[in-house]
Design a protein around this ligand. Structure first.
Ligand code: DQA
Length: 137
């Protein structure tokens, strides 16, 4: 199975960014562990801070990969464009969050993506990504 992990804005700063919320591990080192843990999956990874680049990537891979694990970060709460892109493609998308947005500020309680994805996993730290990959296995 070909699975791509797509991360949105500021997730390139994992390890440095608000470690009390997001932990102290970089995504690159976590991704290396994941690749070893899931040898049966062909994994790919993309990160962008730009909404349009995320839409472009979803369109590019969304008719060929077997699954997309998407942490759209702050765009989760704002982006009709990313929701429309998810609706337009064939590949199933799992929405993941490191923190539990529902336990945080009210502006994080609404997701434009949740109604159009296959499932949501939030609040388990970086393990949220692992659980999403396990769901594909
Ligand atoms: C996040 C939660 C979002 O509310 C926030 O804007 C992020 C990260 C998470 O993984 O917990 O940047 O998606």
């Amino acid at each position: 199975m070909n699975i791509i992990i797509i991360n949105g804005p500021n997730l390139n700063l994992l390890g440095k960014r608000e470690p009390e919320i997001y932990g102290s591990q970089t995504f690159e080192s976590f991704y290396e562990t994941l690749s070893q843990e899931f040898p049966q999956l062909t994994l790919d990874y993309f990160q962008s801070n730009a909404e349009g680049a995320l839409v472009d990537k979803i369109q590019e891979v969304g008719f060929s990969v077997d699954g997309i694990v998407l942490n759209a970060a702050a765009y989760t709460h704002t982006s009709v464009a990313i929701a429309d892109a998810i609706k337009a493609i064939d590949s199933p998308v799992i929405e993941v969050h490191i923190s539990n947005p529902h336990a945080r500020e009210p502006f994080r309680h609404h997701s434009y993506l949740s109604p159009v994805v296959k499932g949501c996993i939030a609040g388990f730290g970086l393990n949220s990504y692992r659980l999403a990959l396990q769901s594909f296995v």
